[in-house]
Ligand binder design. Structure first.
Ligand code: ATP
Ligand code: MG
Length: 269
């Protein structure tokens, strides 16, 4: 648990958000405020809409209904300067999406030059600073294929940080990694949280959520079922759906048995 002063205004403000793909209503009325400096972990079963929510927050998906504000600017306003708002937001995905034919430094300088118009020397300086932050200065000239998955993900984080975002969104940043590589990535995220970065993190790393998150949000079926401190939501969940999800996470073998039993009965819960 972190103890820090949160900014007075919400950095991310989601109001009455709905998102449908055809007939499939994936988000069914999401209200979520994240204050400056706050770290919010989003948990929930597969298909509950976690990624779609993150993608709506930086307008990779267009909401069907509702409003999204980032840094006070309404993304859902048709007149908004969407590129300016997007520059406030860094996003890190499960897949690192580094360019394989570029060195680590080039992966970090390219978006700075293209999107922010920085010159080569300025971009290289910011790249070096951020590689140092994630502990990978010595890999500056390496190609992504020569790095471990955990190192590649730290490069992806440094690439996002080099753009100077006010908010970082993470979508299961460690779930594609071998277990022994997860810790280094979480350590970088923990450092960012301690520095006061506003973060929205979809993750199933419960230890991280407990120790680093200010709040944990549990989603199921396109709605927020619970929203509270880690102690409340993970330690003492109020809803059966949250308890069920957490017990499956903590004991997957048991969950399989449960699943088979409920298949026989023909229904869940
Ligand atoms: N581009 C798309 N087109 C159509 N359906 C989509 C699209 N993106 C997501 N969906 C559907 O929306 C639902 C929610 O998906 P989403 O990826 O947000 O879930 P999630 O909670 O992130 O799941 P996971 O834990 O598996 O990543 C799913 O039923 C999915 O099939
Ligand atoms: Mg997802």
């Amino acid at each position: 648990m972190t103890y820090k002063t949160l900014g007075p205004r919400p950095e991310i403000d989601v109001r009455g958000l709905h998102k449908s793909f055809g007939d499939n209503e994936v988000l069914r009325g999401i209200d979520l405020e994240i204050k400056q400096g706050e770290v919010v972990c989003v948990i929930g079963p597969s298909g509950s809409g976690k990624s779609t929510l993150l993608r709506c927050v930086n307008l990779l998906e267009e909401p069907s209904k509702g409003q999204v504000f980032v840094g006070g600017a309404e993304l859902t306003d048709p007149d908004v300067d969407i590129d300016a708002v997007r520059r406030r937001i860094g996003m890190v995905f499960q897949q690192f999406n580094l360019f394989p034919h570029l060195t680590v430094t080039e992966n970090l300088t390219l978006p700075q030059r293209r999107v922010l118009g920085r010159d080569k020397a300025a971009a290289a300086k910011v790249a070096a600073e951020n590689l140092e932050r994630v502990g990978l200065s010595e890999k500056a000239s390496a190609y992504p294929a020569s790095l471990s998955g955990g190192q590649q993900q730290r490069v992806a984080i440094a690439r996002a940080l080099a753009m100077g975002p006010a908010v970082m969104l993470f979508d299961e940043p460690t779930s594609a990694l071998d277990p022994e590589l997860v810790g280094d990535v979480l350590a970088v995220m923990r450092m960012l949280a301690n520095e006061g970065m506003t973060m929205m993190v979809v993750t199933h790393e419960m230890t991280f959520a407990r120790e680093v998150a200010d709040r944990v949000v549990f989603m199921d079926g396109g709605v927020i079922v619970e929203d509270g401190t880690p102690d409340q939501v993970i330690g003492n969940p109020r809803h059966e759906r949250t308890r069920h999800f957490l017990s499956r996470l903590l004991d997957p073998a048991m969950a399989e048995v449960e699943e088979e039993t409920s298949d026989q009965v023909g229904k869940r819960d």
